[in-house]
Design a protein around this ligand. Structure first.
Ligand code: XMP
Length: 516
């Protein structure tokens, strides 16, 4: 495995990402946590020093442990990582002057010799390579043993290497998109370090199972299962590792979609035979929500009840010492703090965020090293049905935030049926995977209609469908008129209580994806 020592760059995660694409397993550790002893214990096959915002000229600025240079393994230093290497190994770094600072696109040209490390570079006929720079300071004198292999106007030592020791140091960021050939730097580096690119999801699965067994021993673990991809993969992985020592709790707050609770419970019980408590607490949740129409109050009530309910069931599981969570890599903010704050901040991920301390539980987080698409790949590997893996995101408060205003059982019932017809239409037209998230919402009003010879006074529905990358921004989906009219007709014909259908053509911003 490869160790990335993080000096606080904004793009350190992308280094991990590039390496995973090469099927190389790596871990990112903040520099404060890496000591002589820990690095020897980790025994990396190669090390990368990330970029970072500090200046090596500053007294007390971040450094790798000395042992990093003594392990005899290849090292790649990037930006701040290059400057650290030069300073540590006997070179000289100068503070930035305006003329030598570089931010953004730059071009590197070769200096003559073309080492193996640069395979794939300087090939396109122009004799130069586009890179992305972001540095104030620069290397003024390289360390003994190093040679220069590429220069740019602001960085005379853009690419340097000590080929004897396999130490490589570059001033630019090969991990970003704006260094189009950056991937080959990593490719060459890991090849020289002896990685064969055999790290796969299958290998990860085996490693994680061993790690879980080691961490948990013969103790009991509880896990809140929502039916979403992250918690499902976590649950199944733990089940494979420790079988009956795992109990999952599926909290049914009565705000799920049509048939959802039954499907989730059946999938886990039948396919995986895991211990699953179906905590049907819909009366409790819907009772507490009665008469409440303020969106934030709804969220708070649901969040608090969720914790209470989970704790109640967990208390009933004798000897539970661990809580399993589907925390993903992007949720783990391993950014380095230079303001004296805690070095590692972990975003609380699930609704059970505050639980571990409150209940004295230790955390098991087997997905901490993975990105979302890797979790999906692991889900495939574990045999999770494709229909589960590809599901649209569903919010924790469920249908509560798709029922603006007061929630009633009647409205929820109508909403569930209409949503099912809408999603069925989307699937039938082969659009489900093109859409990031789609759902129906029931509006807090009734409108007049005419059906047959009679006047109706029924609910209006809003249909929502968006395309997005991460949910932060979104565009509404451009359905055809035919699709919209067919869907509207089907909903009104098939769902009693609805006499009007709107399509929400608001993007985010200014709208949000959910209506509340
Ligand atoms: P908005 O409505 O904020 O939604 O544009 C962005 C994404 O987040 C989901 N969402 C939530 N998820 N609890 C959740 O677990 C919530 O309170 C919540 N509110 C919105 C929403 O479904 C969309 O995917």
């Amino acid at each position: 495995r490869l160790l990335i020592i993080d000096f606080g760059s904004q793009v350190t995660q992308l280094i991990a990402r590039r390496l995973r694409e090469l099927n190389v397993y790596c871990e990112i550790h903040p520099y404060q946590n890496v000591t002589d002893a820990s690095i020897r214990e980790f025994a990396p096959k190669a090390i990368i020093f990330s970029g970072g915002p500090d200046s090596v000229m500053r007294e007390g600025s971040p450094r790798p442990p000395k042992a990093a240079y003594e392990l005899g393994v290849p090292i790649l230093g990037i930006c701040y990582g290059q400057q650290v290497m030069m300073k540590d190994l006997g070179g000289r770094v100068e503070a930035g002057e305006h003329a030598t600072a570089e931010f953004g696109r730059a071009y590197v040209t070769p200096t003559g010799t073309h080492p193996d490390f640069l395979t794939g570079w300087f090939m396109d006929g122009t004799g130069r390579e586009q890179v992305w720079m972001s540095h104030g300071d620069h290397v003024a004198e390289i360390a003994p043993g190093f040679e220069v292999y590429g220069t740019s106007p602001g960085a005379p030592f853009a690419i340097t290497a000590d080929l004897k020791r396999n130490f490589f140091a570059v001033q630019f960021h090969p991990e970003v998109h704006h260094t189009p050939n950056g991937k080959s730097i990593y490719e060459n580096f890991v090849r020289l370090a002896g990685f064969t690119g055999d790290w796969t999801m299958g290998a990860y699965r085996e490693e994680m199972i061993a790690a879980i067994r080691e961490q948990v021993g013969d103790k009991q673990v509880i896990c809140a299962l929502s039916g979403g991809v992250d918690s499902s993969v976590t649950g199944i992985l733990l089940h494979e590792a420790i079988g009956d020592q795992l109990t999952c709790v599926f909290v049914d707050h009565g705000l799920l979609r049509l048939g959802e609770a039954e499907q989730v419970v059946a999938m886990f019980r039948e396919n995986y035979n895991l211990n699953l408590i179906h905590a049907d607490e819909s009366d409790l949740f819907l009772g507490e929500l009665e008469g409440v129409s303020d969106p934030e109050t709804k969220r708070k009530i649901i969040g608090k009840l969720f914790i209470d309910v989970f704790q109640k069931y967990a208390d009933g599981i004798e000897g539970a010492e661990f809580l399993a969570q589907g925390t993903l890599y992007p949720d783990v903010i391993e950014s380095v703090s230079f303001s004296g704050g805690p070095s590692v901040t972990i975003k609380s991920h699930h609704n059970v965020g505050g639980l571990p301390e409150k209940m004295g539980l230790k955390l098991v987080e087997p997905l901490r090293g993975l990105f979302k698409d890797e979790v999906r790949a692991l889900g495939h590997e574990l045999g999770l049905p494709a229909s589960f893996i590809g599901r649209h995101p569903f919010p924790g408060p469920g249908l509560a935030i798709r029922c603006p205003g007061e929630i009633t059982r009647e409205k929820l019932d109508i909403l569930r049926k209409a949503d099912a017809v809408y999603i069925d239409q989307i699937r039938k037209h082969g659009l489900y995977d093109d859409i990031w998230q789609a759902f129906a919402a029931i509006l807090p009003m009734r409108t007049v209609g005419v059906m047959g010879d009679g006047r109706t006074y029924d609910y209006a529905l809003a249909l929502r469908a968006v395309v997005s990358v991460d949910g932060m921004t979104a565009d509404y989906y451009p359905f055809t008129h035919e699709f919209l009219s067919e869907t509207s007709t089907r909903i009104i014909n098939e769902v009693k209580g609805v006499n009007r259908v709107f399509y929400d053509c608001t993007s985010k911003p200014p709208g949000t994806i959910e209506l509340e």
